[in-house]
Design a protein around this ligand. Structure first.
Ligand code: GLN
Length: 290
């Protein structure tokens, strides 16, 4: 119980300090931070109480038992230009990943802090202990598995192709010889470089800038994950998504290889949230059936 009390205190103190935890963001390029609200801390307190009760039954991840970069806080690295998984509403990062992370943090008796950074920096941030987790619609892939651990998967991702409405690209088979816009460091960028050669693939820092390049005629198409693709096509006139899919993948949470206790605790929490329908509820809130 002492440990739990310490966690509450750290959380409450953090909520009252506007700059809490921002040190992690200071030295990262183009970063932004967001701390938990008072309301979140109250919710956390309740959840931790529940967790303590359930703990005796051995059902829930043990609140306060995991070590995090900042005590009492789950620090999440993401790239908040990836709707509907993570994007800004005013100054706040919202979306599927933000809500799933919040639910996991509550189960672990932690408050959540989100650090926005380039997608390509997230794995390094997890490895170097700048953040606890990378939650960014991130695909489990063998190369990343050499550097970080992944939790169980919480969603499926599909790589699709965005073209202009008047494009002569009708299917994935027509991509040969075309200039392809991608997001740097993503699986889409990786597959396209392998399939069509580095010279034909232009990496942009995020999906929005890749789509802008397509609108400006600088690339012939953009390969990106399906849900952000739908958001970008909806927000911009004259674009469409090809019906053929490029690849189907699993999204999961990246955790440091040095913190397997955190990975295991997140897996326990995540699987509870999958089983009780919370994860599906969050996905349904942001993704409308076609
Ligand atoms: N799913 C893709 C990847 O993991 C893209 C993720 C993203 O851009 N946020 O590489």
């Amino acid at each position: 119980m002492k440990k739990l009390a310490a966690v509450f205190l750290a959380g409450i103190m953090c909520a009252s300090l506007a700059a809490c935890g921002s040190g992690a963001a200071d030295d990262a390029a183009s970063t932004d931070t967001q701390t938990a609200t008072e309301e979140t801390v109250e919710e956390t307190e309740e959840t931790a109480d529940d967790a303590a009760a359930a703990d005796t039954e051995g059902e829930t991840a043990e609140a306060g038992e995991v070590t995090t970069v900042t005590e009492g806080i789950l620090t999440m690295g993401t790239n908040a230009a990836f709707p509907p998984y993570e994007y800004y509403e005013g100054d706040t990062v919202v979306g599927i990943d933000a809500e799933i992370a919040q639910a996991i943090a509550e189960k672990l008796g932690l408050s959540l802090e989100i650090v926005d950074m380039d997608f390509n920096s997230i794995i390094t941030a997890v490895q170097s202990g700048k953040v606890d987790v990378g939650i960014a619609g991130m695909t489990v892939d063998p190369e990343r598995l050499e550097n970080v651990d992944f939790t169980d998967s919480y969603a499926t991702g599909v790589q699709v192709v965005i073209v202009t409405e008047d494009s002569d690209i009708a299917s994935v088979d027509d991509l040969e010889g075309k200039l392809i816009g991608t997001q740097e460091g993503t699986t889409g960028w990786d597959y396209c470089s392998t399939d069509y050669g580095d010279d034909m693939v232009i990496p942009y820092t995020n999906g929005a800038t890749a789509v802008q390049a397509l609108l400006d005629g600088k690339v012939d198409c953009v390969v990106i994950d399906q849900q952000p693709a739908l958001s970008f096509v909806e927000a911009n006139e004259g674009l469409k998504i090809l019906e053929t899919e490029y690849a189907v993948e699993d999204y999961a949470i990246a955790v440091s290889k040095d913190n397997t206790a955190l990975r295991d605790a997140i897996n326990t929490a995540l699987n509870e949230l999958i089983e009780d329908g919370t994860v599906q509820g969050i996905l349904d809130k942001y993704i409308t059936a076609e």
